[in-house]
Ligand binder design. Structure first.
Ligand SMILES: Cc1cc2nc3c(=O)[nH]c(=O)nc-3n(C[C@H](O)[C@H](O)[C@H](O)COP(=O)(O)OP(=O)(O)OC[C@H]3O[C@@H](n4cnc5c(N)ncnc54)[C@H](O)[C@@H]3O)c2cc1C
Length: 407
């Protein structure tokens, strides 16, 4: 019996349910038992990557024409949740595929897609997504990496920071600003597919970090890198839209990963409370503990509904999808941090030990609140959209039409 509501899985098509079963089996038999070992060093989790590619789970992000199965986001969130429940690196490999490959799927020419996508799908190649820069993280208007139009292509110059798996990537999806354009105009962004083997591409050693071990990050610099025109993704000025589409998918994925980890943390804490005897009774029999668990349990299920809504909106190409993704990411990742903090408290000193999984969960949870737009960025986006919508919405029936008298 599963602790959490399984009707999201029951609502999937039989063929889709088979994928969830596959992810569950991998999580239970292989990835979960080895997650602590995977997380010991901050080197790329090759075994997990090969397993996820070999099983076809990475391929669920790719169209069938290139060897994938192009799963709906409704299915992908279930796969990410199963993996996030045991291992952030595994879940990140799946969400990272959306981030790094989506712009190629959505904006690459047929020739480019045929060249790159089958390898990415099979795990013979890897890609990374390079948007953030020393002067541009939350605020992409500060992007300074320049793509200058020269001869039959672009000359790329600039620096990107914290790029996940840049050191194992064969390809980088780079979002750059067209040279000679004033800063701050998103319409002048371009997406380029850049081989990491091109002269002038420099990738740093992995940057040390708090958690998410198994998925290293590096800084990348481009020193007058010549990128052929054929490697532009989408048309001129489409870079921002392509990045947005990848980010919306990755945000829904981050939310799902955070929830998967929260589910796992709650299961671990509840198990401990059931097993542990204190003051002559089970810890879990105390009302204070049950109320704490009940609150977390309920919040997690509420957040799962929000993440499902975002995935559904994305699959249905609903214009509300980016907003739903922001809400899902904000809620699930903030909740994830809270659940893990409380779960760790419930298991006492053990929770603080390296040998117990919640220490790892605790360190990993923080990143979900920062990457793919921090919680504050999403609140800003949601708040701004709310104010824009209310100005055009039907007036509340209890307010006088066109009047401010009732205020
Ligand atoms: C492990 C890891 C992996 C990453 N992988 C990638 C990757 O693969 N590709 C990539 O391009 N980038 C990647 N990043 C970068 C990541 O996306 C950025 O770190 C993130 O967007 C935040 O940008 P910043 O670090 O520059 O923080 P800043 O932009 O300096 O923001 C700092 C803080 O300010 C606050 N803040 C921001 N805006 C507001 C506001 N409007 N109101 C109030 N407070 C606000 C938030 O708390 C925010 O965290 C990664 C980062 C990490 C740590």
């Amino acid at each position: 019996m599963r602790l959490f509501a399984d009707f999201y899985v029951q609502a999937l098509q039989p063929a889709e349910r088979m994928w969830v079963e596959k992810a569950r089996t991998l999580a239970r038999d292989t990835i979960g038992p080895h997650a602590a070992e995977t997380a010991k060093q901050d080197i790329f989790a090759w075994d997990t990557f090969r397993l996820l590619c070999g099983s076809g789970i990475v391929g669920t992000a790719f169209p069938s024409a290139y060897g994938g199965t192009e799963a709906s986001m409704q299915l992908r969130i279930r796969l990410i949740e199963e993996l996030g429940r045991v291992c952030s690196a595994a879940a990140s490999i799946v969400t990272g595929t959306d981030l790094s490959s989506r712009a190629i799927v959505a904006g690459g020419s047929e020739v480019l897609k045929a060249q790159v996508l089958p390898g990415l799908c099979a795990g013979e190649l890897q890609a990374a997504f390079a948007l953030s820069e020393p002067g541009a993280g939350s605020d992409v208007r500060g992007l300074a990496t320049q793509a200058e139009r020269v001869g039959n292509g672009y000359r790329l110059t600039g620096t990107k920071k914290y790029i996940t798996r840049a050191n194992t990537a064969d390809w980088l999806v780079v979002i750059a600003r067209l040279a000679n354009e004033p800063p701050g105009r998103n319409a002048q962004l371009v997406a380029l597919l850049v081989s990491t083997r091109l002269p002038g591409v420099n990738i740093s050693e992995p940057v040390h970090k708090l958690g998410w071990f198994g998925v290293p990050i590096c800084d990348v610099s481009f020193n007058s890198v010549e990128v052929p025109l054929a490697y532009r993704l989408g048309s001129v000025g489409e870079g921002f839209e392509l990045a947005q589409d990848a980010l919306v998918r990755a945000r829904i994925g981050h939310a799902s990963m955070a929830l998967g980890r929260a589910l796992g943390a709650l299961e671990i804490a509840a198990t401990y409370c059931n097993d542990r005897e204190l003051f002559g009774e089970r810890l879990g029999s105390k009302q204070g503990v049950q109320w704490m668990l009940a609150d977390l349990f309920t919040q997690i299920e509420a957040s799962r509904a929000l993440v499902f809504q975002a995935a559904l909106a994305y699959d249905q190409k609903d214009p509300h999808a980016p907003m739903a993704a922001s809400m899902a990411k904000l809620h699930a990742t903030d909740l994830g941090m809270r659940v893990i903090t409380d779960a760790l408290q419930l298991v006492g000193g053990r929770g603080y030990l390296k040998s117990f999984p919640l220490e790892r969960f605790f360190r990993d949870a923080k990143l979900n609140q920062i990457g793919e737009g921090s919680s504050e960025v999403h609140k800003t986006v949601i708040g701004r959209d709310l104010m824009r919508r209310i100005a055009h919405s039907e007036r509340h029936p209890c307010l006088h039409t066109g009047s401010t008298e009732l205020y």
